[in-house]
Design a protein around this ligand. Structure first.
Ligand code: DC
Length: 213
């Protein structure tokens, strides 16, 4: 069983995906972390995240321990992630790992929840459950700001909004695996929903489509 969750930045994908995985006893993969770790590695090497050769080398050299770096949550890593993710060779290098995780979830879990931008369209197009999370840009920027402030980072609201728009624009307009809902995705707008309401709506959808869920 595979649950694919896609959507733009700060739509609530991670919170929902983690909660669904815990509730259902499934394994969870935050695929954004793979791109963030790749972007981080490129920055660390002093190269430009838009340099295809440097980005591909970083993606191929990725080690599971690279994913534990707390700095991957920062906006610098997010922007670098968005840049390396537009490079086809990077996406190709990360595809097999994501598909293997979905098909054979670690720990013998009976299913997997993956969140990202292209899970329902490219990574797992046959996933029986696909959820595309959306929310107004202002609501998402507000959430992102709160998240940063909760982590003690004094972010500037206008800058957070601008970074988010820039990243969404790049993620939606790239030629390779752009951010878009799969034609068979369940669209869930979380603008007026808190995490509990979004979880309840997603679970109701899963139970409706897969009564054993
Ligand atoms: O979900 P996130 O904010 O951690 O993702 C960071 C960036 O990685 C995002 O701006 C685009 C890229 N990404 C992607 O292209 N495909 C995915 N499946 C996940 C993330």
């Amino acid at each position: 069983m595979i649950i694919a969750i896609d959507g733009p930045a700060a739509a609530g994908k991670g919170t929902l995906a983690r909660r669904l995985a815990a509730h259902l006893g499934y394994a969870y993969l935050d695929t954004g972390l793979l791109y963030r770790a790749t972007g981080w590695k490129v920055l660390e090497s002093g190269a430009d995240p838009e340099n295809p050769a440097a980005a591909e080398t970083a993606a191929r050299a990725l080690d599971p321990s690279d994913l534990d770096n707390p700095s991957l949550r920062d906006d610098g890593a997010a922007q670098a992630a968005s840049k390396v993710s537009a490079i086809p060779a990077v996406r190709a290098a990360l595809l097999d790992f994501q598909r293997a995780f979905a098909r054979r979830p670690p720990g013998g879990a009976p299913g997997a929840v993956l969140d990202g931008r292209d899970i329902g369209t490219v990574v797992c197009p046959d996933a029986p459950i696909k959820i595309f999370l959306t929310a107004d840009t202002d609501a998402r920027a507000e959430r992102r700001l709160k998240e940063l402030r909760d982590r003690g980072i004094d972010a500037i609201p206008a800058r957070v909004l601008q970074d988010m728009k820039e990243r969404d624009g790049r993620d939606m307009s790239r030629a390779n695996a752009p951010l878009k809902p799969a034609s068979d995705a369940f669209l869930l707008d979380t603008t007026d929903k808190d995490a509990d309401a979004a979880f309840a709506a997603a679970l109701a959808h899963i139970r409706h489509d897969q009564p054993t869920g």
